[in-house]
Write a protein that binds this ligand. Sequence first.
Ligand code: NCD
Length: 319
Amino acid sequence: MSGGARHLLGVEDLSADDIERLLTLTDSFVEVSRRRMPKVPALQGRTVTWLFYEDSTRTRLSFEQAAKRLSADTLSFSVSTSSVSKGESLRDTVETIEAMGVDAIVVRHRSAGVPHQIAQWVSGSVVNAGDGWHEHPTQALLDCYTIREHLGGLAGRHIAIVGDINHSRVARSDVWAFTRLGAEVTLVAPPTLLPSSTEGWPVRVSHDLDAVLPHVDAVYLLRMQRERMTEALVPSLREYTTGFGLTRRRVDLLGEKAIVMHPGPMNRGVEIAADVADLPRSVVVDQVRNGVAVRMAVLFDLLGSGRELGRDLEGEGTR
Ligand code: NCD
């Protein structure tokens, strides 16, 4: 989505410059978010809606918060209480929404490629908020922003992504984003939780978390995505934790400045020990906070064309 793009569908399509530009834009919205009145008129008169075919807490709420802070109008839509439950097709649903005059649709769907499909049907912008195992671009952007905030940048950093890589759209988007910005990525998981081939992925792979931890600047834990598994891929959750959970003992293997990340929702006691999630080096809450500013940047980038950032950021709170 280099200047003037209409959609944000995946990180794989973004260049390092595209990502950097969005992170720089995010700085302005972090500043807005810190104001006493964290609201600006930047997207006044624009309408944003959501189409979430999968559950969500953070992503859905933070897009809503972002749209509201930009003064966009929001149309609430719930798949479970809409005509989708009466069998309306995706295409009919999308065309109905579009006919009401929306400028952007934020989509989450269990199948890879659905946001790309919708982008071909509508004249407005489409933002991918997670499609199956494929991509979750705004999560990757907020992760990059959080790493930059804590470690000063991604170039030359070493990041371990640990856990259920195969079912994770977050892992795929993060691998693209982190490596485009010059970081080195090691995937750590039992073979059953890795994709059958990682050929073409710019990563190293390890099955030994204890050996990797002393060498990383950030450890990124993933949830065991049981809803996407069709068979038992680990003998038991307890055994998974023994081999791959970030336990209190394992935290001591990390360098003094290394940070701990997780996209949420966390399963405390499985991939991350309950007390580890609350250590000062855990930046999980910062990830959520930055998610709002990153999504403001993405919506502004897609919908704010012709609007001047400087003037539009003068909200009441500046005074
Ligand atoms: C993730 C998702 O849904 O892709 N959560 C999120 O958006 N922060 C990861 C997950 O479900 O484990």
